[in-house]
Design a protein around this ligand. Structure first.
Ligand SMILES: Cc1cc2nc3c(=O)[nH]c(=O)nc-3n(C[C@H](O)[C@H](O)[C@H](O)COP(=O)(O)OP(=O)(O)OC[C@H]3O[C@@H](n4cnc5c(N)ncnc54)[C@H](O)[C@@H]3O)c2cc1C
Length: 407
């Protein structure tokens, strides 16, 4: 291929990743460990610490642990010791043990962490990893593939840049550019739900909300999730409400009075928590039907670009991390174009069924959380009767999974 912007010689296992979010950065680390040289490019000139809290479940921390990353989370993540589910008036419906109990059971911890903190840990490790180059301020706009490799074309502040590689990975999130460029349709289906995120500094947060617990409140047509992040220095609150609004982006401002009105009939603690947030960002929840392929030739996708999922099982970041680990395992010994394409086909086979099952389960969970009337009464009774492991026990199939061993 013509052009000379590749920082590494051709034909020696060079991966190009578009998108330095959670999945892209994780993929850079797993691929480097598998012997690949990696260029990772993001459209942002600076990776701002934006976003809200994320949950990392044992299926993600298990593989991150093999990169030696768990000690890096000690001061910034929180290990919740239980999941508490309440009805909107505050009545406790169920408690599921997390903490040591689930760590002993799954061999890896549940963590809650601010997205910006997680991204910073991954970025710092990327910057220290030989053979990985992070290039910011590069927005992928075009790609080309032939028998000898693949080229990504990027817009930069000063013009255009082309980067050649042996494989191209679209890790460019929910509104992916690589996805349509690789021939996949881009239909998004807004779910008629929005997420509102608030981050409350510890000293302003109600005392009950500072405890190391994941809290889920269920009400008619809405639910609320909160837990501490940033080593306990802030409390992350997310309110999900039934609402038709579908602008792109993570950072639209939300009107606090509107939210307070929607939650005026909830219990006192919930109202106090909502009132304590200094501001709100909202984004539209988007779902896409699963695809039968993510890969074409030497091009593939991971994370939200491949399988946007509703947040009701808190698996968005964890599945992007699983994808990253699985992809690297499938490309470990691939060298020729044919081997790379075969590795990507196997990656598709390993990942599409599992992520589609989680997408569907998350969708169902969202419907259950927002029930009203007699159906909500039946749901609440079912929650109370769940056996010892609580609701977490129903999702062992998610948390037990080892994305590298399966590969
Ligand atoms: C700014 C931001 C804030 C977020 N906040 C939340 C939140 O509060 N709660 C939540 O549940 N999820 C949030 N997410 C999404 C969450 O990170 C993902 O759902 C999950 O971690 C899966 O990660 P991913 O790597 O697939 O995508 P993401 O983590 O979204 O990363 C995608 C990356 O691709 C980059 N990118 C996009 N288009 C291009 C392009 N054309 N060229 C090059 N790079 C490109 C983006 O800048 C971003 O860094 C946020 C994502 C972003 C980008």
């Amino acid at each position: 291929m013509p052009g000379a912007a590749s920082p590494f010689p051709k034909g020696q296992g060079h991966a190009l990743i578009a998108g330095a979010g959670i999945g892209g950065l994780a993929a850079a680390l797993f691929l480097a460990r598998a012997g690949w040289r990696v260029t990772i490019a993001d459209r942002e000139a600076v990776l701002h610490e934006v976003g809200a809290g994320l949950q990392l479940s044992p299926n993600a921390t298990r593989v991150l642990g093999r990169l030696g990353l768990i000690p890096e989370f000690t001061d910034i993540a929180v290990k919740p010791h239980e999941l508490v589910i309440r009805r909107h008036d505050g009545t406790v419906l169920n408690r599921s043990p997390m903490g040591r109990t689930s760590e002993a059971r799954f061999g890896a911890p549940f963590l809650v962490i601010h997205r910006g903190d997680l991204q910073s840990v991954l970025k710092r490790r990327v910057e220290k990893t030989p053979g990985v180059e992070l290039r910011l301020g590069r927005k992928i706009v075009e790609l080309r593939e032939d028998e000898s490799g693949v080229v990504g074309m990027f817009e930069t502040a000063s013009g255009e840049e082309r980067i050649e590689a042996d494989v191209l990975i679209g890790a460019d999130g929910l509104w992916s550019r690589v996805r349509p460029l690789s021939g996949l349709p881009h239909p998004s289906s807004p779910q008629g739900k929005t997420a509102w995120r608030g981050l409350i500094p510890r000293e302003a947060a109600p005392i009950f909300s500072r405890e190391a617990k994941v809290n889920l409140w269920l009400g008619p047509n809405a639910h609320l999730v909160h837990y501490p992040v940033s080593g306990g220095e802030a409390v992350n609150v997310v309110a999900i409400i039934d609402e038709h609004w579908s602008e792109e982006g993570w950072m639209a401002a939300g009107d606090p009075d509107h939210l307070a009105r929607l939650f005026h009939h909830w219990g006192r603690d919930a109202r106090e928590l909502i009132a304590a947030s200094p501001g709100w960002n909202r984004w539209a929840l988007i779902d896409r039907a699963p695809e039968s392929r993510w890969s074409r030739g030497r091009i593939t996708l991971l994370g939200d670009a491949a399988h946007p999922m509703l947040p009701f099982l808190a698996q968005g970041a964890s599945q992007a991390i699983e994808d990253a680990a699985s992809l690297a395992a499938h490309l470990r010994s691939a060298k020729s174009g044919r081997e790379i394409a075969a590795g990507l086909q196997n990656y598709d086979r390993a990942r599409i069924g599992r992520t589609a099952r989680i997408q569907a389960a998350a969708r169902r969970q969202g419907q259950i959380y927002h029930l009203a009337g007699p159906l909500a009464v039946a749901r609440d009774l079912g929650m109370r009767l769940l056996p010892g492991k609580g609701i977490i026990g129903r999702f062992d199939w998610i948390y037990d999974h080892d994305a590298e061993k399966t590969a």
